[in-house]
Structure formats: structure tokens, C-alpha cells
Ligand binder design. Structure first.
Ligand code: ZN
Length: 296
């Protein structure tokens, strides 16, 4: 049986997997993201040891990345603040070392594709996948296609109302201060409350504030993309008590203007966790590999 390779390339860790889907995983490894040289060669070595030759490799990558196939820097990580990783040719490296077709997208677009193929978005063609963890990112599929557009969506950096009299925390985004990621990512929670987020009890005021910021962002996405579903993954969303609070904020923010049963009677099936859980990203990368061989 032909096998595919997948990489979830994150700023703190890499996950590599060989298989054909969630039901057939032949090998899997994770290791910390260090220098590009060390990290990429470790990934390549893992795939070179696979039992069967790979048909293709899919990579869901932290960014920003260049997704324009006509660009001379296609497949590069571009302007990331992560030291040493600016202008790294990720796709070129694996094409050279493995000699197989390489599919490349953002980590969150990959996760969206994984959820579309095997998870919580199998029955819809327009939806958003958002991860809330060390950063906040969003991927989107519209009418069955992942959005790239100008560069790729950077939903984590959208601006949302920040009432400084209620929340004087200035935010931690090095570019914008109090953008969504600056206010509501895991590190923002830790900095605001001086506590690791997973140690904050469910009745801590941190969570109502968190739900408000995420709910406002999602209401904006409902108004701009008209998604048929919103999937919320990432470490912060392990706090499952956030889901009902976020749904409440979304409904309140939309104030009855966007009328659809999904937002009224069925909002608990509209704003949902990823069915693949923390594996949405790695299986999404695998889905990218499968997709590239189908389109070839
Ligand atoms: Zn920002």
C-alpha cells in the first residue's frame, strides 16, 4: 500500500508521521524545533527510514509562509519572529532530500483540511478552523477550497474591541500589542494573570474575558466568511468550559442579525472542538499529501 508522509511543523515542536489516515499510522515521531538544519534533517531521516517509499509529503507549517507557487520563495518560511527561521526553504529541502511531491500550507489550513477529510467538517464546505494555544491562528475553507489569497489568512492578528478600563493588560503581540493573539493566546493569559492557564480554575475571571475575546473574533468571522461551522482547537481550548461561554458571546454579539438555525437552536453543533483533537494538524498535513497526489 502506498504511504504518505506528514509534518506538523510548529514553532516549538515538529511532529512527523507516515501512514494513509487516522486508521493507518505506520510511524510517528515528535521532537523539539531547534535550528532549521538540525530539525529538518531529523525529519528527513525519519521519512528515509519508512518501510515503503513515500508517494508524497504534506507539510502544515508555522509562518508566515510563502504559498504562491509562482513566487521565487514559494515554500519558504518568510518573516517569522522565530530566531534562525527567517527565509528557510522548507519545501525545497524536502524535495531535494526525499525526491517526492511536497504539499505545503499553513498549520491551520492543514488542520482545517484534516477536519474536512476525517473530522468535524466532513459535511460542510465553508468553515473555519481556529487554534488557540501558544499563538492564535485560523485556517479557512471556502466552497471546498483552502483560502490563500494575498498571503494567507492571519486571523489571530485581527483587532477586536479591548476595553482598557476593564482589562488594562496591554497585550503581548510584538507587532500589535492587543490584537486577538496579543490578548487571548496562552502566553497572553499567563502574562495577564501571572499563572499558567491550565492552573486557572474554571470560575476564574480569566475565562469569561477569554470567552469574550474569542467570541468577538468568531462573530467577526461569521459576518465576513459566512462559515457553516467553526472548529476551535489548541491547548487553551482543552478548557472545555469555554465552549458554552463562547457560544453565548457569539450569539449576543450577533444580536439576532445573522439569522440561521445553526446560530440559534444548534449553536452547540456550530462552534465545536476538532474531532481529531490535537491530531488535526498532523492528519491535516497527511491530507495535504493525499490531495497533492490526486491533483497531480
Ligand atoms: Zn498581532
Amino acid at each position: 500500500m502506498p504511504l504518505y508522509g506528514a509534518i506538523e511543523a510548529g514553532g516549538t515542536k515538529f511532529v512527523c508521521l507516515v501512514g494513509t489516515g487516522p486508521e493507518n499510522v505506520r510511524g510517528r515521531v515528535r521532537f523539539p524545533t531547534t535550528t532549521p538544519e538540525e530539525t529538518l534533517s531529523r525529519a528527513a531521516a525519519f521519512f528515509q527510514q519508512a518501510d515503503e517509499p513515500l508517494l508524497a509529503l504534506g507539510i502544515g507549517c508555522f509562518g508566515p509562509v510563502d504559498l504562491n507557487p509562482d513566487s521565487p520563495t514559494y515554500g519558504y518560511i518568510t518573516s517569522t519572529p522565530k530566531p534562525g527561521w527567517q527565509n528557510v526553504d522548507v519545501v525545497g529541502y524536502f524535495q531535494k532530500t526525499l525526491g517526492v511531491p511536497v504539499a505545503f500550507d499553513t498549520d491551520v489550513n492543514a488542520a482545517a483540511l484534516g477536519e474536512h477529510l476525517w473530522g468535524a467538517a466532513q459535511d460542510v464546505r465553508t468553515f473555519v478552523y481556529i487554534t488557540v494555544g501558544t499563538g492564535i491562528g485560523g485556517g479557512a475553507m471556502v466552497e471546498g477550497r483552502l483560502i490563500h489569497g494575498l498571503i494567507h489568512p492571519e486571523m489571530g492578528h485581527m483587532r477586536i474591541p479591548h476595553r482598557e478600563e476593564e482589562d488594562p493588560f496591554p497585550g503581548i503581540c510584538p507587532y500589535h500589542g492587543d490584537c486577538l493573539e496579543g490578548l487571548a493566546s496562552g502566553p497572553a493569559l499567563a502574562a495577564r494573570w501571572q499563572e499558567e492557564p491550565h492552573r486557572l480554575p474554571a470560575d476564574h475571571p480569566a475565562w469569561d474575558l477569554e470567552a469574550r475575546y474569542l467570541g468577538l473574533a468568531i462573530a467577526n468571522l461569521v459576518c465576513t466568511l459566512s462559515p457553516e461551522r467553526i472548529i476551535l482547537g489548541g491547548g487553551v481550548m482543552h478548557q472545555t468550559h469555554l465552549f458554552p461561554r463562547i457560544r453565548h458571546v457569539v450569539r449576543e454579539t450577533l444580536a439576532g442579525y445573522v439569522q440561521h438555525p445553526a446560530l440559534l437552536d444548534h449553536i452547540d453543533q456550530y462552534i465545536v472542538p476538532p474531532a481529531l483533537g490535537d491530531d488535526a494538524g498532523i492528519f491535516g498535513a497527511l491530507a495535504l499529501a493525499i490531495q497533492v497526489t490526486r491533483s497531480a
